[in-house]
Design a protein around this ligand. Structure first.
Ligand code: UTP
Length: 288
């Protein structure tokens, strides 16, 4: 079955970005000139995704408004002759149809993914965590879809991290290398406190299947008292093939201040209009 649907779990509180996230969703934080969620939605569209599902919570109205038509704003832009901006605003509201599902209690990423069970039924689907922003030639979710088309099994995006950082991620154990980037996985553990099985960390792009949804039904709460997607993938790997793909691209954790700063500098450096301002500003700071 073709991957047509992408699920965006966006119900989390974003406590690491407080106070910025007190009144606005983490996914509406801006990177240069667009909210994080728009980068993620554009990644999905560029990968050929046709249907988008947002798993939202109570404080996420701004996300719905961002992808909706703002009639008053459009009228104002029309009247003031700002045609280019108007075109861009129309493009955002016409980008894609979005289904919104509420996660009632913040019981973890696994619980958020469970909320789409009745919508996706037996279809495989992509999952994108919008605070992981990845600069890449080919959208990372497309890289994973291409892997899925070969094996038709769950696929997890992977990235090597420093050994000292393994406590912050889900970490996988590889069973068999298929090629330099693609592996069959034996096991995975969420935020291992000691003895990580490797330095390959799980990043926020997945292809999931009905096997993983069934596993989510069976497992207990894990790290942090939350229903962990990593634990469901671990359970699935005990009786079904689960693969990992080391994606091509540079990832930034925009759910943290450090990651957002790094992303802002990298995106500015690759933007013709902003590159010089970045150079001049850094030079004038005299910090080296
Ligand atoms: P995070 O672990 O980044 O949690 O969730 P968070 O609440 O967003 O941020 P912090 O840790 O408090 O700073 C990873 C992804 O899973 C979603 C989040 O919205 C984020 O995209 N999520 C997490 C849910 O949708 N529901 C949950 O119950 C938990």
């Amino acid at each position: 079955m073709k991957i047509r649907t992408a699920v965006f779990p966006v119900a989390g509180f974003g406590t690491r970005m407080l106070p910025a996230t007190k009144a606005i969703p983490k996914e509406m934080i801006t990177l240069i000139d667009k909210p994080l969620i728009q980068y993620a939605v554009e990644e999905a569209i560029n990968a050929g995704i046709e249907k988008i599902i947002f798993i939202t919570g109570r404080t996420k109205k701004a996300l719905e408004d961002h992808f909706d038509i703002n009639v008053e704003l459009n009228n104002q832009l029309e009247l003031s002759g700002k045609k280019d901006i108007l075109k861009d605003m129309k493009r955002i509201s016409e980008m894609v149809d979005i289904i919104y599902v509420r996660q009632k209690y913040m019981l973890g990423l696994g619980n958020a993914v469970m909320c789409v069970k009745d919508i996706v039924k037996d279809e495989p689907f992509a999952v994108i965590l919008p605070d992981d922003i990845i600069l890449s030639k080919t959208p990372v979710i497309k890289q994973l879809i291409e892997c899925y088309d070969k094996v038709e099994c769950p696929i997890i995006s992977l990235m090597p991290v420093a050994k000292s950082d393994t406590t912050k991620y889900g970490i996988v154990k590889i069973k068999e290398k298929i090629d330099s980037r693609f592996s069959r996985l034996k096991d995975m553990i969420e935020k291992p406190e000691q003895n990580p099985p490797s330095n390959m960390a799980i990043i926020g792009r997945y292809i999931l299947t009905s096997e993983v949804l069934s596993a989510l039904d069976k497992i207990e709460k894990g790290a942090g008292g939350e229903l962990q997607l990593t634990d469901a993938l671990k359970y699935t790997a005990t009786y079904h093939d689960v693969y990992g793909y080391e994606f091509e691209g540079k990832r930034f954790d925009c759910g943290t201040k450090e990651g957002l700063l790094e992303a802002t500098i990298n995106f500015a450096a690759s933007n013709e209009k902003l590159k010089n301002i970045l150079k001049e500003t850094v030079y004038s700071l005299n910090i080296f």
